[in-house]
Design a protein around this ligand. Sequence first.
Ligand code: UDP
Ligand code: MN
Length: 640
Amino acid sequence: MSRRKLPGLFPTLLILLLTVNIFFMVYVKIAIKDLRKEDLVHLKLHAWKSAKENVLVEHLEYIEMVVQNISNSIKLSSNVEERKLVDDVQLPEKSTDGVQSAKEAKKEEEKHKVSPKMRFPDSSLFKRWGDNLSEDEQVKAQALFEQYGYNVYLSNLLPLDRSLKATRPSRCLEKKYPQDLPTISVVLIFLNEATSVILRAITSIINRTPPHLLKEIVLVDDCSAHEELKGPLEEKIKRYNVQHPGLLKIVRHQRREGLTQARISGWKASSADVVAILDAHIEVNHEWAEPILARIKEDHTVIVSPVFDNIRFDDFEIVRYIEAADGFDWALWCLYESPPTDWYALKDETAPIRSPSVMGIFAANREFLGAIGVLDGGMHIYGGENVELGIRTWQCGGKIEVLPCSRVAHLERAHKPYLLDLSHAVKQNALRVAEVWMDEYKYMVYYAWNVPLENPGIDFGDVSSRKELRKKLNCRSFDWYIKNVYPNLIPQTTIVAYGTMRNTLNEGICIDQGPLPGNTPIMYDCHGYSPQHVFYHSTGEIYVGSLRARRDIVDRCLVDTSQGELPFLEQCDVAMSKGLSMHWDFRQGAAVINKITKRCLELVKDEGASVYRLILQNCTGQKWTIQHTVKDWGSKRTAG
Ligand code: UDP
Ligand code: MN
């Protein structure tokens, strides 16, 4: 974002010109106060058609631009100084009175400007943004970035009603939606988000949802600490409600309860036929609501998700995301899956995509969502609630679909200011889901998180009411779910031992997948994170690295290639089809012996070296232990 430093006489003229325009504009603004943006654009287009060369139209266009910027700036006045008000307005391309245009002057000035020093060369904020910021501005922008995880400095300068690039498949434009669709309440939850970001979300919803369908916008504040989100936000809500009586509501948590509770509070406060539960850092795109409402009208048991496009955290550009289904791995981290093959067979890119789960943002028939238990209020801070909703919906008689024609741009932060390490919360929430919904498959969640099956030492809270809900709704089994809804997630039924693996020669070092990209496992100081997760199967396979277990993303198996002394990691399916030596004899506290080559996995210390290397060699009787075992495996030699 370039900022102008204006030298000489010209700026004085320019400021004079702008001042005159600002007066004119305030007058125009009063006149057009009740016009919505679309009306204005319409008016403008109409005017363009009838009198292309008309200077007045150019002026009106300019005035509109200025009005937008000024009104945004006024709304954001709590943190925008007056100097910026003049500084931030967009300037017209052509001058109407023959003098040098401001834009030309700006270009001229930039030619002579010495690039300011980069204050934060390592900050991801400045990788592709902010070249022309002064050092002071860089400091401000960086401080806001650290606080929020996205570019609040830029957000405060962008129009609230900026246009978004079209991202939906072109065939969506041909779709016609019925007029008498169900009404919608839109819930926006937030914890210490930037005011301009929240206001932009609200503005996009008001501007891009048919007014007769938009019943209300419910803001849920999960006990934010920022002052600007208290009284000042309240004032802004009042102002919106003057124009749109009763449209905005706000619910505030008295203490921080986490995003699941915030979503539940939003659902409770909403009253329309359909409720869309969104993050507060989004901008909805054109006709986002109609596909959702039409689909839920057809079938009230479908829970739908729009496709998310990305608002880049640094320059706020919109990046189109490809249509995908929402899935998860055995740790219950969410991930994208390619749509099922029958979706491709339809050859209709607008068709709903059947999905195992949701990413977090979704819409549902309000009553149906209530009947199946909204969300699990026992979830802590972040994560897992979306997977729980996915599994529960399918197992209890509903469906989940992603709608390619409904697009919501979502700001992906560079970091989460409220929790730097999400894994503890996600682990805890994942175990809740496992205990309530996953039956005999629940162990796989334990394997993936590397927690012991007995006494896991993780307090996942009381799950009894959720178990009762499952019983009351007479829901199907996880076995049904995995076979019918999510065959891409591969059950791990043969794991008998898992966790870190150490040699009795030195118990401070662990087997590690080694550097990536690369296929050579090594010994490394034990840290116990996923690169050091090892899974021993009763079939004799040894997986190394975090558990993947998906059809398209296969785990890597330890193999003896018989070439040289180094062990090798090969994709298990490839190793299998090539007939590589990938099966090992092992029991707790004993040697790891390849069943075919009979070589052992062992440690060596080269002459003069201080560290051990992991190699394959003739067995010398070295012993290995693995962190966790399944039931009583390891007490005797298992068949394999
Ligand atoms: N949030 C909340 N309480 C929390 C954490 C997050 O209300 O304890 C809100 C946050 O402001 C955001 C939404 O929950 O609107 C989702 O969080 P986030 O965007 O960080 O998650 P992501 O979209 O990256 O999964
Ligand atoms: Mn988010």
